[in-house]
Write a protein that binds this ligand. Sequence first.
Ligand code: RB5
Length: 145
Amino acid sequence: MENLKIAIGADHGGFRLKEKIIEYLREKNVEFKDFGTFDEESCNYPDIAKKVSLEVATGNFNKGILICGTGIGMSIVANKTKGIRAALCADTFSAKASRAHNNANILCLGQRVTGEGLALEILDTWLNSSFESGRHKTRVDMIEC
Ligand code: RB5
C-alpha cells in the first residue's frame, strides 16, 4: 500500500462506516483526506461524490472511497467524471477483480448493505490488489474513447 493517497467521503447514510474506515486507514498509516460529511445530518450524496471524484480524476489523490446507504448513488455520480472507474463492491471477489481487471480508482460501499467487518475486508482486498494490465488495459483504455 505504498504511495497511497486516498480521498474519502460519505453522505449521512455512510457516515458511520466512513469513520470506521478512517480508523483502519490511520492504523495502517495510509495517507487520506476526509471530504465529509462530518455527522449524520441529512445531506446530498452527489455533492460529496463529485468532490472526491474530481480530486482523484485530477491526480491530487490516487484512489477514492465513497460510502452512502447502498453505495449506488455514489457510484452513479462518480462514474460520470471523466477518468473515474468507480466500483460498487459488496464482496471481496468483486473488489479484487475491480482492481485487477477494471483498474478501479474509486471503491464504493453501502453502509446499509454491507456490515462493518466485511466492508473492512473488502477495502483491505481492494487496496492490496493490483491492475493486471495486458488485455485488461486494452479494454480499460476503450472506456474513455
Ligand atoms: C440516503 O437516504 C440514501 O438515499 C443514500 O445514502 C444512498 O443510498 C443513495 O444511493
